[in-house]
Ligand binder design. Structure first.
Ligand code: PLP
Length: 398
């Protein structure tokens, strides 16, 4: 344990199981710790540092706005906020936007929007059908919407109004729908549950059912949005449009911001219904505008699709060579390597030793989510490190 880590143990709530590394600097896909050791960063702030560390677009947007106007509150108009809202609407199938500071906050907003919509447009319906294993945040409502029992147990009693069904099972959603149902809320690909990719028709079937039943489809793209899966929004890959969409993580390029978007027909908030002191502040919205504009103008999502194919090929190669790998799954630049046993933490530590940061998303799986600007060489380098680590693990297991 270094001095900083020892110091932290005295002062900080111990809510995180941290890697034994203190990062002090980043550039592109690389970060450095306080001992000067370099790492390839395939965690990327949990899929937030979309343009890599200290990208010139992010740095200049931050510094420019920091010396112009940082914060004003929601009591007045603000130019960066309007520009970002317009850019989002013009490049999506949604009509209206609200800004908050994190993923959990915008999902909380989506839940409130669905409940208000249900009250007004569906005879008081308030229930939201969610997926087992889902992750939507850590507020009381969003962790209740999530599918991880461990996150819920310390906080009973939980808010009512959430029903859980298996992921990737449209028929289960149909069966769970009744007069109380206001919405279905899903991640297009479940990130925190271990990168669970549904079959190609799942979202189309769910969309068709939501239309038939007259309920809302909320897609939580906090992790999958802004190019991560190889399209600007993950749902575009599946040919559906949500009624409500949540974004955060990658849109800020590392700066905290969340966006809640809705189609006009369900944008039922009126003054006083919702709000956030910091939400939509000029600093975060100017950075997010600059990140999103860069992503759109440079077809970063298209590049992610191509890089994702390359990565997929390399990961399938790993699976062919190592019997320790039972499955690789993902899309774009969000992938999991499923291992034969609870080996993910050991593998993660071994990668760290070799200069690669990866996440042990489950006891049995590693997750890769590099910055969207990662190069093919950097992808290859990461795969080679994992290759070596798996070889060593197999040797130890034998
Ligand atoms: N929704 C999804 C799909 C997420 O992956 C996450 C975080 O991992 C959240 C919501 C919560 O976001 P935040 O941690 O910014 O509150």
């Amino acid at each position: 344990m270094t001095d900083w880590q020892e110091l932290e143990s005295r002062y900080f709530f111990s809510v995180y199981k941290r890697l034994p590394v203190t990062l002090v600097r980043g550039q592109g896909v690389r970060v450095w710790d306080d001992q000067g050791k370099e790492y390839l960063d395939f965690i990327a702030g949990i899929a937030t540092v979309s343009l890599g560390h200290c990208h010139p677009v992010v740095v200049s947007a931050l510094t420019e706005q920091a010396s112009t106007l940082i914060h004003v509150s929601g009591l007045v108009y603000s130019v960066p906020q309007v520009r970002l809202a317009q850019l989002l609407v013009e490049n999506s199938s949604l009509d209206r936007v609200f800004f908050a500071n994190s993923g959990g906050e915008v999902v909380e907003g989506a839940i409130k929007l669905a409940r208000k919509w249900g009250k007004e447009k569906r005879d008081g319906a308030y229930q939201i059908i969610c997926a087992q294993g889902a992750f939507h945040g850590r507020t009381l409502a969003t962790l209740t919407a999530g599918g991880n029992e461990k996150h819920k147990l310390p906080y009973l009693p939980l808010p009512e109004g959430f029903v859980h069904v298996p992921f990737d099972d449209a028929e289960a959603i149909r069966r769970a729908t009744d007069a109380k149902t206001a919405a279905v809320m899903l991640e297009p690909v479940q990130g925190e549950a271990g990168v669970n990719v549904p079959h190609d028709d799942y979202l189309r079937q769910v969309r068709a059912w939501c239309d038939e039943a007259g309920i809302l489809l909320i897609l939580d793209e906090v992790q999958t949005g802004i190019g991560r899966l190889g399209a600007l929004f993950g749902h575009q890959l599946y040919g559906v449009e949500p009624d409500v969409l949540t974004l955060a993580k990658g849109i800020g390029g590392g700066v905290p911001i969340g966006a809640l978007l809705a189609k006009e027909h369900c944008a039922v908030f009126v003054p006083g219904d919702h709000g956030s002191t910091f939400g939509g502040n000029p600093l975060a919205t100017h950075v997010a505008y600059s990140v999103l504009k860069y992503v759109i103008d440079n077809d970063i999502a298209g590049q992610v699709a191509a890089k994702g194919q390359h990565l997929e090929g390399r990961l399938r190669g790993l699976a062919d060579r190592h019997s320790l790998v039972t499955e690789v799954r993902g899309r774009g630049l969000l992938w999991a390597i499923e291992l034969d046993g609870e080996l993910a933490e050991t593998a993660q530590r071994a990668c760290l030793e070799k200069g690669l940061l990866v996440n042990n998303v489950k006891p049995t799986a590693l997750r890769l989510m590099p910055p969207l600007v990662v190069s093919q060489e950097e992808l290859d380098q990461a795969v080679e490190i994992i290759d070596g680590v798996l070889g060593k693990l197999a040797g130890e297991k034998a």
